[in-house]
Design a protein around this ligand. Sequence first.
Ligand code: B12
Length: 477
Amino acid sequence: MSISRKPSILVVYPSYFYYVDRDEIKSSQLLLASYLSEYFPVEYADFELSIGHPSSALQIRRYKRRVRQILAEHRFDILAISCWTSLSFQASLITAEAARELYPDCLIVIGGYHSTARPGDFCGEDSPFDYVIRGEGETALKAIAEGFPGSGRPAETKIVEGVSLAPGDYVDVNWDLVDDILRSESPAGVRTLCIYLSRGCPFSCSFCMESLKDQKWRPYPVDRAIDMVRQVIERYHPRAVAFGDASFGVQSRWRKEFLRRLAELKPDCWLLMETRPELLDAEDIELLAGLKTEIQFGVESGSPEMLRLMNKTRQPEKFLADFQLTSRILSEHNIVHGGNLIFNHPGETERTLKETFAYIESGLTERQSSLMWAYSAYAHYPGNAIDSNRAFYEEKFGTEFRKIEWWLEEDNPIKASRQVIPSRDLRGERTMLWWHMLKEREGKIKNSLTPRAFFLAAESYFPEWREDPRYKEYEEN
Ligand code: B12
């Protein structure tokens, strides 16, 4: 195909199957579309919002038909599909196949974390994909789009290494691209909008594949970061603005300046962020105390041995002590915060589970805590350090990765990704030991929460707690 005008681009988030997540605007895809919209005509489509999450073979067939319909209603030269998490692999494939059938000459590009981890999954003789971009997509996709009018489709699928964007090239979010979606999907008001104030993460946790991308922490200048917060609040008045940064506020100078300016701005919505205990000191907490804030911490485990294995920190004892101290100061200021735990990471045993629960219990106080513990079982995503060192875990701990390429199958991907036996010690029914240990202590954990923290935990994470009289009591007051 040869065109003389600038090619038009449709950026698509294809959704995924069998699992319902938060239906919010996807920040990474919107940011990519925002960047491209400075150079090309761009449209944005989110099949999670427009079609949903099919959860049976019948619904998947319907999903296929809807995808075809939606694509047929759009005119584009380039289809940019985001296989952001591996969960979207099947949906990405269906979307690309439908587009190839409808528009044999269009260029189909795929990017996202799965493409970064397993670019080969999108190649092969029958592949509908023309380009697979690894890492950050902006500059690579811009170059491909610029070349497309002259060179057309490549003869076979090409894998391209994306170059990470320098802060000087950052763009603001182009909310116009999703304005219609936001207003039609949220007639009663927008709940959460997520923005990034930085890119990159200098840490290399075993279970996270962020380190496959550029590890340099690259923030927006503070002025622009504050402006983005102001803009999104003024435009949509959301219930919450989330900072989706892989690690919020890594540089102390940036963080302090940002938090000082944020305190001056006094946003009236909730502010959600995730960071590490050693990246928040008493001065930062003072600044946050006047705002409606919820801070998440990836604590991951209370076992020093597991924290070392997770490569979370080289000083696990200090990390755990830092978290307890930070959590206490946050509770003194009535700031709700979460401690996220991963159970059954490869290498987990009954002993390390006991260490984690002893750590949790050592911090429980009578109704004075604003710390909400949240937990999940280890899910195996390609591209993380565990994936590249599977043999180590298999030999040393007897770890079993039961569904090693789960995304290639049409099963429930969330269930399939969790088919991991962590160690010889936790086989069979003992794989659920963490769950039983947690249930035994849930009452005590619940009772340590302040009424406000209890209410917010029930609102956001534990719907079953809404049956508890404390929930109603707080709601009525
Ligand atoms: C923010 C975040 C979230 C937010 C998303 C908020 C939102 N509204 O979008 C929330 C909390 C909702 C979330 C949820 C989940 N997340 Co998450 N999340 C992240 C995080 C921290 C983002 C990283 C970041 O800083 N991005 C900044 C932007 C600029 O970079 P980017 O996201 O990589 O986007 C660039 C490229 O990917 C590329 N790109 C993306 N799409 C496309 C498309 C094309 C065509 C091209 C060319 C390029 C391209 O260009 C983008 C711009 O540069 C990462 C990593 C981490 N450290 O934990 C995990 C991460 C992405 N999440 C992950 C997972 C697994 C999940 C969940 C499944 C968890 C769960 N069990 O519920 C859900 C799924 C949500 C979903 N809808 O898909 C995994 C994915 C791993 C994998 N191999 O699939 C990651 C990598 C963490 C990990 N464990 O390794 N997440």
